[in-house]
Design a protein around this ligand. Sequence first.
Ligand code: CA2
Length: 149
Amino acid sequence: MKTVYILNGPNLNLLGLREPEFYGHDTLASVETLCLAKAQTLDMVAIFRQTNVEGELVNHIHEAHEKAQGIIINAGAYTHTSVALHDAIKAVALPTIEVHLSNVYSRETFRHHSYISPVVRGVICGFGAQSYELALDALSTILNKKGKA
Ligand code: CA2
């Protein structure tokens, strides 16, 4: 059974409380429930984490290196600022998918640049909670292909 770490960055704990025009009405707890159920259908185990602290996200990425075969990450605003996350994702070299609930390209220009996009396998944004489900599908395909001729 493959294990995937689903990591969430700053302010995502506030989901469902404000700005539904960008993030929908889901709460982080409901996104977690959706992800755990989706992972089960793919015969995967999902470990779901959220932190507001940049260094803790780095630690979670390091932990994933020990305990998981892939990472899905919504780094929140650190997406647009963090060289540390870029370095951590590059260092662990696990297949990683960047996700965003909102379509960051339809928003302020400061959200158009991601420090982590260059070191991930792919980016999914704009589909609300479904962005995470699509990422799980993609990661499952990647991990099931691995090791096959
Ligand atoms: O669209 C996404 O998933 C983002 O990663 C969400 C981040 C934002 O900084 C990124 O540019 C795009 C924001 C996290 C959630 O912030 C909230 C703020 C108020 C109410 C609810 C959530």
